[in-house]
Design a protein around this ligand. Structure first.
Ligand code: NAP
Length: 321
């Protein structure tokens, strides 16, 4: 039987891909670092039975219209805000994502970002590298304590709960907000459910870990920042568009909040003259939440395993629709 034709929108390492060539006829976009050219993707999709896509690819109705044979798209991310899921279902295209395998890695990064922002690590690093360190002084680069503070997690899902576990190690008090209560998290990490506004008012660290949906788009607007403590630190490692970046900049400039740590942005990649980069109290990372080699390999393999299962007529491992 002919192997299903798969197009992958980035170059993935041979050691990951090779074992799957027994089951799948795999072609890849030849550049590891650059996203696939849109026209090329549309052309490749015409003959593909399956695609492996990245969070930077728009998997939308236009793509489905170009892809008569397409049966499945394995998106290499847990978030799938880049995918028009209803359009996929209308076109009988299965969508899969990569939950669980990235949970701890993303939680590690989120907590690191919180710590780096609170203790001003990147400012301190620049301070030395630019030759500014001439004296010690009592409040030199003094930041905020982390231990015994209150962390407010908006989006207490898989990653949120893993962040809460890390927070317990620092004797933090954990509060959270979801649309529905999560009794397992309350039991396992002692997290206390609060309404969104309560969380904004009470938390020393507000951490966003919701998916990007129409409901969460610009959930963190000026009004939300204004409700936070003036000492609060805001951390976002969900998706950039949960935050109104203009409002965040204004809130920081007006001292409505103290600092922010951002792994994600409304339009990625951001340029070096992005307005938020002008503020020293903002720590920025280029969307590296799940970026450990081990985890990225697991995400790649999960995408390919989903394709293999699907073409064996078995249930996929991590379905979205
Ligand atoms: P998850 O287990 O589905 O958790 C998401 C949580 O958000 C759920 O508990 C959900 O609870 C809550 N939520 C959804 N809509 C909400 C709303 N309107 N208001 C408040 N809470 C809401 O997902 P996960 O695996 O933890 O991943 C979370 C997100 O992290 C992903 O969607 C992705 O965007 C992001 N992420 C980023 C990176 C990175 O590199 N920075 C890496 C991995 C994931 P309810 O349904 O009860 O509201």
């Amino acid at each position: 039987m002919e192997k299903p034709k798969i197009y992958i929108t980035r170059t993935l390492p041979d050691e990951v891909i090779e074992p799957y060539r027994n089951h799948l006829d795999i072609e890849m976009w030849a550049k590891e670092e650059e996203p696939v050219d849109r026209q090329v993707l549309l052309e490749k999709a015409e003959n593909a039975d399956g695609l492996v896509t990245m969070l930077s690819d728009d998997v939308n109705q236009t793509l489905f219209e170009h892809a008569e044979n397409l049966k499945i798209v394995a998106n290499m991310a847990v978030g799938y805000d880049n995918v028009e899921v209803d359009a996929a279902s209308d076109n009988q295209v299965k969508i899969t994502n990569t939950p669980d395998v990235l949970t701890d890695t993303t939680a590690d990064l989120t907590f690191s970002l919180l710590m780096a922002t609170a203790r001003r690590l990147l400012e301190a690093n620049d301070y030395i590298k630019t030759g500014a360190w001439e004296h010690w002084s009592p409040l030199l680069l003094a930041g905020s304590d982390i231990h015994h503070k209150t962390i407010g997690i908006v989006g207490m899902g898989r990653i949120g709960e893993a962040v809460a576990k890390r927070a317990l190690g620092f004797d933090m008090n954990v509060i959270y907000h979801n649309r529905s209560r999560k009794p397992e998290a309350e039991e396992k990490v002692g997290a206390v459910f609060v309404e969104f506004e309560d969380l904004l008012e009470k938390a020393d660290y507000v951490v966003c870990l919701t998916p990007l949906t129409e409901e969460t788009r610009h959930m963190f607007n000026y009004e939300a920042f204004r409700k936070m403590k003036s000492t609060a630190i805001f951390i976002n490692s969900s998706r950039g568009a949960t935050v109104d970046e203009t409002a965040l900049k204004k809130a920081l400039e007006n001292n409505e909040i103290t600092a922010a740590g951002l792994d994600v942005f409304e339009e990625e990649p951001i340029s070096s003259n992005h307005p938020l980069l002008q503020l020293p109290q903002v720590t920025c990372l280029p969307h590296i939440g799940s970026a450990s080699v081990e985890t990225r390999y697991k995400m790649m393999r999960l995408c390919l395993d989903n394709l293999v299962e699907f073409f064996k007529d078995k249930p996929v491992i991590t379905p979205v629709n």
